[in-house]
Write a protein that binds this ligand. Structure first.
Ligand code: FES
Length: 144
């Protein structure tokens, strides 16, 4: 075997032997990123059940995710909704209207259902929802 043929053979063999490692590294890297992006945050207290019962809403403007509003599902009081009450139009804090069971923006009148679904513009997007649960007397929202 000539020197040139030998080096060519070693080069092909070298690439072939490192290829699975390179693919595995890419795969591992991609999976890690997916795990990081889907890893849920910890649930943290935003208020108490007594506060929710007394006021019909928990509004916590200093939560990790930004402002948080928690209300009860009007059809099933055992279920809660948590949303970021920052209007998706131009960023005003929306008001909870317990009588009409919806959020109404004081700036330009956008309306959202308790789960944050857009009911009436000028905003074009829903309020961002968060996972929420009750443990003992605490209302907990999942931080992101
Ligand atoms: S900021 Fe809420 S409707 Fe414009």
């Amino acid at each position: 075997m000539k020197r040139r043929e030998f080096l060519s053979w070693v080069g092909v063999g070298g690439v072939a032997s490192f290829l699975p490692l390179a693919i595995a590294a890419c795969t591992t890297s991609g999976e890690s990123r997916a795990e990081v992006s889907t890893t849920p945050g910890k649930f943290e207290a935003v208020g108490t059940v007594a506060q929710l019962e007394a006021e019909g809403q928990i509004l916590n403007e200093n939560f990790k995710n930004g402002a948080i509003s928690v209300t009860r599902n009007p059809e099933d009081s055992e279920l809660l909704y948590a949303v970021n009450p920052t209007c998706t139009h131009q960023g005003c804090l929306v008001d909870w209207n317990g009588g009409e069971r919806k959020y109404i923006c004081p700036c330009h009148g956008t309306e959202y259902s308790p789960d944050g679904t857009l009911l009436k513009g000028p905003a074009e997007e829903n309020l961002p929802p968060y996972l929420v649960k009750i443990e003992g007397d605490q209302v907990l929202v999942q931080a992101i």
